[in-house]
Design a protein around this ligand. Structure first.
Ligand code: FES
Ligand code: FES
Length: 158
């Protein structure tokens, strides 16, 4: 039997029909948010990261039912081709986008951090990105990218 949940996804209020056993990852992808990536499906890789009520969470280990009345942000909800989010700009500038599979989750983890703390230390960035694995690159570039994005957000850099 399906159940109804109400959520706000990228600012849009939606009513979704879900099974109680479904993960938030499965439901978001079914609804067309394909930027939410399917990786390990057990909470270790971070490819499925979204922001739920201001916190970066792994949507493969959250039931969709737990998001009822929640506010969700996926990669589709931040930045546009014409006006990318600062983290999207600096990830490209720092050449950390290779295959791209980890990137939506990583950018959302970085955004969740910067929304709360626009002046993070390297260690705070490391800890915010700790749950996002990348098979293609090292992790130094991402940290530099988040530091640069923070400067843009603080208005210290264009
Ligand atoms: S798919 Fe969710 S953490 Fe890997
Ligand atoms: S860019 Fe390929 S997994 Fe990160």
């Amino acid at each position: 039997m399906k159940h109804q949940i109400n959520v706000t996804i990228n600012g849009e209020r939606k009513t979704l029909q879900i099974y109680l056993s479904e993960t938030l990852l499965d439901v978001l992808r079914r609804e067309g948010y394909k930027g939410v990536k399917f990786g390990c499906n057990e909470g270790t890789c971070g490819a499925c990261t979204v922001i739920l009520n201001g916190r970066a969470v792994k949507s493969c280990i959250i039931l969709a039912a737990q998001a009822h009345e929640g506010k969700i942000i996926t990669i589709e909800g931040i930045g546009t081709r014409e006006k990318p989010h600062p983290v999207q700009i600096t990830f490209v500038e720092e050449n950390v986008v290779q295959c791209g599979y980890c990137i939506p989750g990583m950018i959302l983890s970085a955004k969740a951090l910067l929304d709360k703390n626009p002046n993070p230390t390297r260690d705070e960035i490391k800890s915010a990105l700790d749950g996002n694995l990348c098979r293609c690159t090292g992790y130094r570039g991402q940290i530099e990218a988040v530091l640069k994005a923070a400067e843009i957000i603080r208005g210290e850099k264009k």
